[in-house]
Design a protein around this ligand. Structure first.
Ligand code: NDP
Length: 265
């Protein structure tokens, strides 16, 4: 049992294990891109529709967050409430709007592996627990003064800037398939253009990672560090695999476009 962060041995032990798990995810993701979307695979048993898959995978984030947040003694204080509102807005998008708005061709067989959902549950439920408990119970710096602290202000502004970038990148991808193609059941892939796709193949991942890093600064918590590192462990290798996939599939793929970091990599 560990007592190194909040003093609650359950929290600190799970956090330690979770940080170790992120290292495992990082290593595993280079060998096996999560089997969903363009990297779907029949090798891992049952797959479901991506809309259902995303919804199910993300649901524990909202549920565990609300459960643990609502049990904390500081749940009605101003700063915990502001942070909880940021959280809820994030998961209103990722957990509900995003799967609802996805353009999945009619009649498409399942492409979202149950393996991704089940491993995703581990992450999303811990993520909700870490943040919910920290916001309303352990975060001693969440007094009203935190709202004028440079870490809060910088993290808050950057988080929303990067989330805007993430939403825009998701929007461009979504619109690569027309509604008519969806109706006809055609699963087409095209080369995304415009926005930050001018510079990188996976701007949504880049913005997601920068947003979580900003959220960690805004909340000044290891809960934030956890979601940043576990997301990076998953998305950095996936961005590399996605870049390679586009280069192989589209011979005229823009040469100057990098995988994840503009002008660099
Ligand atoms: P994709 O961006 O690969 O796919 C999103 C949707 O767009 C899918 O419906 C996909 O269809 C479709 N699509 C993708 N590329 C094309 C294309 N070239 N032409 C036409 N349609 C396309 O990404 P992810 O599903 O991996 O990620 C979605 C969001 O979730 C991102 O914002 C990402 O940042 C976030 N995310 C966050 C994670 C985290 O750990 N925090 C983990 C994973 C994702 P299809 O399913 O048929 O391929």
């Amino acid at each position: 049992m560990f007592h190194w962060y909040t003093g609650d041995s359950t929290y600190d032990t799970i956090l330690t294990a979770a940080l170790g798990f992120a290292v495992f995810v990082f290593v595993a993701s280079w060998f096996l891109p999560s089997p969903y979307g363009r990297f779907e695979s029949d090798k891992f048993g049952v797959s479901v529709s991506p809309k259902l898959g995303w919804f199910l995978m993300e649901l524990p984030a909202t549920l565990s967050f609300l459960y643990f947040f609502s049990r904390g003694p500081n749940r009605q204080e101003l700063v915990p409430t502001v942070l909880a509102a940021m959280w809820c807005l994030h998961y209103a998008n990722r957990g509900f709007f995003f799967p609802w708005a996805m353009r999945v061709p009619k009649g498409q067989k399942g492409s979202f592996s149950m393996l991704v959902i089940v491993t995703g549950w581990l992450v999303t439920s811990m993520h909700g627990y870490f943040h919910g408990s920290y916001f309303s119970r352990y975060g001693e710096h969440y007094t009203r003064e935190w709202l004028t602290d440079p870490r809060f202000i910088a993290g808050f502004v950057l988080y929303y800037l990067f989330m805007a970038g993430n939403l825009h990148a998701d929007h461009i991808l979504r619109n690569l398939r027309s509604r008519e193609e969806i109706e006809r059941g055609e699963r087409v892939y095209r080369v995304p253009q415009g926005g930050m796709y001018r510079w990188v193949t996976s701007p949504s991942y880049l913005c997601e990672l920068c947003a979580w890093a900003s959220f960690a600064v805004c909340t000044w918590s290891l809960a934030g560090v956890f979601i940043f590192v576990v997301s990076a462990a998953n998305l950095v290798p996936r961005a590399v695999a996605t870049h390679r996939w586009y280069q192989q599939k589209f011979p005229d793929y823009p040469k100057e476009r990098k995988a994840l970091i503009p002008f660099v990599w």
